[in-house]
Write a protein that binds this ligand. Structure first.
Ligand SMILES: [Fe+2]
Length: 257
């Protein structure tokens, strides 16, 4: 029997893959203001972007429900980023040197996913492996079958959308699109269907849309809402240049890839 979200009936703000992008985080919080009761973060708070310390401080004002991502592990020295590409490794080393001792300690203290909250689960990569990328049926179906709740939220791929599995074994992908800032898609959570929901990346989207992404779970309505928010990407890029971060990482922000 799968647990369904029902007891608290709250609206949860779901943030993932902020990646030290303060401008993107602030814009998401601004757009979501007044629309949620509690917030959670699926990891990768830092890495790539220019504001690791400020982003951690801002996130901790919003929530303490945070799990670790692979970049949080690498930037705090839990892992050595040996599987990262050279650009990601360069940004990781810069982040490690820039983080305060307190923030390094905070990152090291983050729990791994999956974490079971009030009727739903959160994971960074996959509920079956915190570092696994869920990109299609081969990885999504085993993860969907592993769920102990109807719905799990995951990040890591930086692709807003998700996957669903009906009780008869029907598999479908969820894709988002919408040119206007705000809610780009709302998905009603139906009985007998399991959901893997990726809110998208706040600070480094890779789905071809450069705008910051997040989601809101509405317990009362049994609905997930996907959002996009335009932010001052040029300001983030300027800070990255000043910090000496690799140029390809700076350019990709405006491309959403
Ligand atoms: Fe990430």
């Amino acid at each position: 029997m799968l647990a369904v979200p029902s007891s608290a009936q709250l609206r949860y703000l779901i943030l993932s893959d902020i990646h030290s992008n303060l401008e993107a985080l602030e814009k998401c919080l601004e757009l979501a203001e007044g629309q949620y009761d509690e917030a959670v973060c699926l990891g990768d708070i830092v890495g790539y972007g220019p504001d690791p310390n400020a982003v951690i401080d801002r996130l901790r004002q919003v929530t303490r429900t945070v799990i670790r991502g692979n970049h949080d592990k690498a930037c705090s020295g839990i892992t050595e980023a040996e599987d990262f590409n050279p650009l990601a490794r360069q940004a990781t080393l810069w982040t490690r040197q820039t983080l305060t001792a307190e923030h390094l300690s905070f990152l090291r203290s983050l729990p791994p996913g999956p974490l079971t909250l009030d009727g739903f689960q959160i994971a960074h990569g996959s509920p079956v492996d915190e570092d696994q990328y869920i990109v299609g049926p081969e990885t999504a179906i085993p993860a969907l079958k592993s769920l102990t709740s109807q719905t799990a939220f995951f990040g890591h791929t930086h692709l807003q959308g998700g996957f669903m599995l009906t009780f008869k074994g029907g598999f479908r992908s969820i894709r988002c699109s919408g040119a206007e800032d705000g809610c780009v898609l709302a998905v009603t959570l139906e009985d007998g269907v399991r959901y893997l929901i990726n809110p998208g990346s706040v600070g480094q989207p890779r789905d071809g849309d450069w705008r910051a992404a997040f989601a809101i779970l509405d317990d009362t309505q049994r609905r997930v809402e996907y959002y996009r928010a335009s932010y001052e990407v040029a300001q983030t890029q300027r800070k990255m240049y000043e910090a000496g971060l690799p140029e390809p990482l700076i350019i990709r922000l405006q491309l959403g890839r």
